[in-house]
Write a protein that binds this ligand. Sequence first.
Ligand SMILES: [Zn+2]
Length: 151
Amino acid sequence: MSNLRTLRRRMARANRVDTRPVGVAALYQGRLNAYRCPACRGCTVTVDLDAGVTPAMMGCRATDDCEGTAFSLGYPLPEAWPANVPTQPAWEWYRPGERQLTRLRRKDKDGYDHVVRGGLLLRPYGAGRGPAPADDAGEAEPAAETAGDAR
Ligand SMILES: [Zn+2]
């Protein structure tokens, strides 16, 4: 009965995990990372939309049917970004909203626990920005700013 209240409290707690001042937390948003897969040697490039925790390894997404495990390169700084790795993200890490979190709680307990502990979720790059990202960007809307806007 008080499920929603419990959920809100847990969300608040999860949000409190990030105790850095806004300016500092902002540094962690828009950060690029890449996961290198030893099996296919491909790299999966990701960007953080929100401040939060991302895993050190994940299933390879660089090559369609690769079943390898890809390992984080540890957020290389732009000046140290490996030359052979693209800088265009294909996936984005994000913190789900309350509605999605409620759904997650019902359908994916592990995912839910992960988020409540401050973890971010992964989705295809641009998926959070509404209508399908234009592959053939003919008359696409101007792209959303990639960096967090100053508050
Ligand atoms: Zn792979």
